[in-house]
Design a protein around this ligand. Structure first.
Ligand SMILES: *Cc1c(COP(=O)(O)O)cnc(C)c1O
Length: 390
């Protein structure tokens, strides 16, 4: 079998009669049947074939196949956004009376689903705060349907032990173990390898990598993906063929881009750690990270996010952001352009001060999504903004 990068690039939708080299954009809502008999056979699932773009389309199928190749997954599905994927990963499986175990540090909208939406449907949840595997096991109840987590977490960059969680899955075979793998990407971290059932991504982030389109994807076993397929066929959160075409092309450079995101982020984290105006720097591949050994075990590199705390609290953090010259303040991440955000007043503003501190979010905390610019310019911009606001 070819290695990752070659498979990604060579996995391609079937060539059309035009003999194109690069895959065209299939903007068509439906596909024709050669005969009434073929229509019957495809609907009866006796014959494989495209029917309607809410179910499948050559562009979305190519995108899915590429993510499957990267994660060594049997099957996958594409969604209109990352949240459509996260929502489906729960909604397709839960029933009234079920219970969900989740890491506490999760994406804001996922937190809203667990705390606001699912309770209306009679589904309860428990949050786990720690990487301690005993605490995870304690949280599992007889009615637990799903164990969910994000690793590394946002923005605290804490990790959960995927190998130990995979072993826990073996003990609870009927519980679905799923992970939002968006921060790490399938290039840096392959949760299915550790025994997870589902790996979920907001493709909007590193998969697109250039801040253009929304998308989501879930990969896992054929059995679970078939159940999810029923859900999306009849609820309609399908990815548009245009977005799939953009995202599939982007995957060809995912590895190259991630290598550069990671080396830039590492260089920045190392520099900031030495800087007198910075209190605390978090980056999984810095030896000072409390879970450095775990990071090395389950990730290929540390990723593109660096979180740090400036001295002087919120006022200094605001001044710092306003003094940045090249780096922009916007609520995205995983872009080729470096992005700064202030989690306490944006993504995590709805939490209480105490909840924020629990997640490692202080008034002076800045989350940096390190881009693909030259590292000297990224570091230079940050240092000049720190110096100006002393
Ligand atoms: C952005 C993000 C999402 C949501 O994805 P969208 O494509 O914006 O819907 C989910 N999880 C994580 C970790 C994210 O960063």
């Amino acid at each position: 079998m070819k290695k990752d990068q070659s498979r990604i690039i060579r996995e391609q939708a079937p060539r059309s009669a035009t003999r194109e080299h690069s895959v065209p954009l299939y903007l068509t809502s439906s596909f024709i049947f050669d005969s009434a008999e073929q229509g019957r056979a495809i609907f009866a699932e006796e014959e494989e074939g495209m029917v309607y773009s809410r179910y499948a389309n050559p562009n979305t199928s190519e995108f899915i196949n590429r993510v499957c190749a990267l994660e060594n997954a049997e099957a996958g599905l594409a969604f209109a956004s990352g949240m459509a994927a996260v929502f489906a990963s729960f909604a397709a499986f839960i029933e009234a009376g079920d219970h969900i175990v989740s890491s506490r540090a999760i994406f804001g909208s996922t937190h809203q689903l667990l705390t606001q939406q699912f309770p209306k449907w009679g589904v309860t949840y428990s949050y786990v705060d720690t990487a301690n595997i005993d605490e995870w096991e304690k949280a599992i109840q007889p009615n637990t349907k799903i164990v969910f987590l994000e690793s590394p977490s946002n923005p605290g960059l804490e990790l959960y032990d995927l190998e130990k969680l995979g072993a826990l899955k073996k003990k609870y075979p009927n519980v679905i173990f799923s992970i939002d793998n968006c921060f790490a990407t399938p290039y840096l971290q392959k949760p299915l390898h550790f025994g997870f059932d589902l790996s979920i991504h907001s493709a909007t982030k590193y998969m697109d990598g250039q801040g253009r389109v929304l998308g989501g994807v879930i990969v896992g076993s054929k059995e679970l993906i078939n159940k999810l397929m029923f859900f999306i066929r009849h609820t309609g959160p399908a990815m548009s063929p245009f977005n799939a075409w953009v995202l599939s092309k982007s995957l060809e450079t995912l590895g190259l881009r991630m290598d550069r995101h990671c080396s830039n982020a590492y260089a920045l984290a190392e520099t900031l750690e030495q800087h007198s105006e910075i209190k605390d720097v978090k980056y999984p591949f810095l030896p000072s990270h409390p879970q450095y050994e775990l990071a090395k075990k389950q990730m290929k590199a540390g990723g593109g996010i660096v979180t740090f705390e400036v001295k002087g609290g919120k006022e200094r953090a605001f001044q710092f952001i306003d003094e940045l010259e090249m780096i922009r303040y916007t609520s995205n991440l995983g872009d080729s352009r470096t992005i700064a955000t202030h989690p306490a007043t944006t993504t995590h503003a709805k939490l209480t001060e105490e909840e924020r501190i629990n997640l490692g979010i202080h008034p002076g905390t800045i989350r940096l999504s390190v881009g693909l610019e030259d590292k000297e310019d990224i570091i230079g911009d940050i240092i000049q903004a720190l110096e100006k606001t002393k």
